[in-house]
Design a binder for this molecule. Structure first.
Ligand code: BGC
Length: 417
């Protein structure tokens, strides 16, 4: 209160410039970008802000998928200790906005014309009650295969176009003594893979109704049961040490040729980039078999908190930098994602990035762009967590049959709603 009054007095007496000069030239950011590829991408942002004279206060919370980071953020916010911004996924932004702790970026958004350049699917999660509360950094998609090219050549494999062809390919790898499928046995990774399995098994309409609309008929259908059957098949191709493995270590298994393929969001490409690997030569990116034409997306957003006045200029600078066209290209080339604006040229992107951009455009226009349930864009966090829990219990044998998995999924989602 006293601070506000003082600022009010300064402005009122024509001393606005003096107040401005006291702005804190620092951005404090909470995030879960701790792998090699992620850290490299984050550096692009740090350097951009450093050039403008802003210091960087890093609040990294390791743990892919961000569950640990979100627990840490909750504690900070509860203590009234808001960072300038936090990495967040879809529905989490809306939850914080509803709690009244987000700032208002609308002035920056209007000046920069975000409403024209940011796709509607992202605005749904970055605008709350008519105000911009988050700056989307990228668009990731989860329905990808990442394949070691040398292993693929060795086993004489070709791009699998259907789920059955995928199983045949995994069999070939197994016969050649290579680990067929690199998976990290953590709930968010298993559920991220299951998003693709469901889309492949049931098709686009089914995915949307089940995982975006939470339609109970679909959730308890035979198609969902078949999806769990298919997941069970995939899990038979995983090595025995998969429990608890971090996602980037699973990617490293593919990079090194210890495993043929990983099913993962395109943040995996950031790891190939960091290891100086080239698509087409060292690795291959295909859509998860049977999902061509659809994109299951998530987007990293920088949720912007209602920080004190003297931190607002730094926050606005962060927001402006995040959505600048040049940054959107430079950052996403390194991160493995694609731009959060529709007007960024694909010139600097590699073949997988160009494909990602073209796929996103086509899916957006064709009505086959769907939010990832595992990645916070299908339903609010409580539902997503219930989903991750059921899928993981199934993968680790605590839920023994597909029938039981379907029942538990329906109940858990109902309870969480
Ligand atoms: C984020 C990515 C991140 C990945 C693994 C996802 O939820 O959207 O940016 O690279 O988790 O940490």
């Amino acid at each position: 209160m006293l601070r506000k009054l003082l600022i009010g007095t300064a402005l009122g007496s024509g001393l606005a410039f003096a107040a401005h000069a006291q702005d804190v030239k620092e951005v404090e950011m909470l995030h879960w970008w701790t792998s090699g590829g992620e850290a490299a991408a984050l550096n692009v942002l740090k350097e951009d802000l450093a050039k403008q004279g802003f210091a960087w206060k890093d609040v990294p919370v390791a743990g892919g998928g961000g569950d640990a980071a979100m627990t840490a953020l909750k504690a900070m916010v509860a203590a009234g200790n808001y960072p300038t911004a936090s990495q967040m996924l879809g529905y989490t932004v809306l939850d914080y906005a509803a709690a009244g702790v987000m700032g208002d970026l609308t002035e920056t958004a209007v000046k920069e014309g975000w409403d024209k350049s940011v796709p509607a699917a992202l605005q749904k999660f970055s605008v709350y009650d008519g105000k911009w509360v988050a700056a989307p950094v990228n668009v990731h998609s989860v329905n990808w295969l990442w394949i070691n090219k040398a292993v693929m050549d060795k086993i004489g494999g070709t791009e699998p176009k259907t789920f059955d062809e995928f199983i045949a390919l995994l069999d070939k790898a197994k016969a050649a003594g290579v680990i067929p499928l690199a998976l990290g046995g953590q709930n968010w990774q298993e559920a991220t893979m299951f998003d693709s399995v469901v889309l492949s098994t049931g098709g686009p309409e089914f995915y949307k109704k089940a995982f975006n609309d939470l339609d109970e008929e679909q959730l308890k259908s035979d198609t969902m049961k078949k999806s769990f059957d298919n997941l069970a098949k995939l899990v038979t191709y995983v090595d025995p040490n998969f429990s608890g493995r971090d996602w980037n270590l699973a990617t490293a298994m593919v990079i090194k040729g210890d495993a043929l393929v990983q099913v993962m969001g395109d943040w995996a490409k950031g790891e190939f980039n960091a290891a100086k690997k080239t698509p087409g030569t060292d690795f291959l990116c295909y859509r998860f078999p049977g999902t061509d034409g659809s994109v299951v997306y998530n987007s990293d957003m920088f949720g912007m908190f209602d920080v004190p006045e003297d931190r607002k200029a730094a926050q606005a600078a962060l927001a402006t930098a995040t959505l600048s066209k040049s940054f959107q290209s430079a950052f996403n080339v390194v991160k493995g994602s694609v731009p959060a604006r529709t007007d960024v040229p694909d010139t600097d992107f590699d073949a997988c990035g160009k494909k990602g951009m073209a796929d996103l455009k086509a899916a957006n226009e064709g009505g086959t762009l769907f939010g990832s349930l595992a990645q916070g864009y299908g339903a609010p966090p409580a539902v997503a967590n219930a989903y991750k829990d059921v899928v993981s219990k199934f993968v680790h044998g605590q839920i023994k049959t597909s029938d039981e998995a379907v029942t538990q999924l329906v109940n858990a989602i109902e309870d969480a709603k």
